[in-house]
Write a protein that binds this ligand. Structure first.
Ligand code: AMP
Length: 208
């Protein structure tokens, strides 16, 4: 299938975890604006430093910055047959800009209620070497890598509440926007990683 897939859902829905499966099934590269922003923060670029203020406060980074990042990324060779967007678009203006530069073939929406999200995010840990995601309770990391685990600075309870607020105000309306275009596939994300993975696989096999 040519065209891009959008992985949609609230923060902590498991988009990053499930993205790996979709990449394996489709061969499309994962394009995560959150990962791109964190890389810019790590580099200490002016854009990264400006973005960090928004990220640490649980706010969305301005649309112009995000759209610029995506325009650049889509010019790379591996993006020619479409990509898997993870965490993008997050506003209607971002979706409108995306429409002008790429074809979205489907939007997989992972649905998780707010109360489950806080527990998920606060317990989330990342392997600082590989970027693999674990959870202290639901998906513990192997003991031998425990000293490499870090918590994202925006994964505190206070910031999660702001991120959820931003999600409901600015991102959730996109579900209707894509549904009106006949592109939205809803998945119950309030289940084990494997169960959600099976639903994701079923959705992907329907669109391939
Ligand atoms: P994520 O890793 O996708 O949860 O993103 C982490 C943070 O990066 C978000 O809370 C936002 O501050 C910022 N961010 C990531 N993607 C976007 C986007 N598409 N639009 C605006 N801000 C974003």
């Amino acid at each position: 299938m040519t065209g891009s897939i959008v992985l949609f859902g609230p923060p902590g829905a498991g988009k990053g975890t499930q993205a790996g499966r979709i990449v394996e099934l489709t061969g499309k590269p994962q394009v995560s604006t959150g990962d791109m922003l964190r890389a810019a923060v790590k580099l200490g670029s002016p854009m990264g430093m400006a973005a960090k203020e928004f990220m640490d406060a649980g706010l969305l980074v301005p649309d112009e910055v995000i759209i610029g990042l995506i325009q650049e990324r889509l010019q790379e060779d591996d993006a020619k047959q479409g990509v898997l967007f993870d965490g993008f678009p997050r506003t209607i203006p971002q979706a409108e800009s995306l429409d002008k530069i790429a074809t979205v073939s489907s939007v997989i929406s992972i649905e998780v209620p707010d109360d489950a999200i806080v527990e998920r995010i606060v317990g989330r840990r990342m392997d600082s070497e590989t970027g693999d995601i674990y959870h202290v309770k639901f998906n513990p990391a192997p003991a031998e890598i425990s000293d490499r685990l870090i918590q994202r600075p925006d994964d505190t309870e206070e910031t999660v509440r702001s991120r959820l607020e931003a999600y409901h105000a600015q991102t959730a309306p996109l579900a209707d926007w894509y549904s009106e275009r006949g592109l939205l596939i809803k998945i119950d994300g309030n289940a084990s990683i494997n169960k959600v993975g099976d639903s994701v696989e079923a959705a992907v096999s329907r669109i391939l």
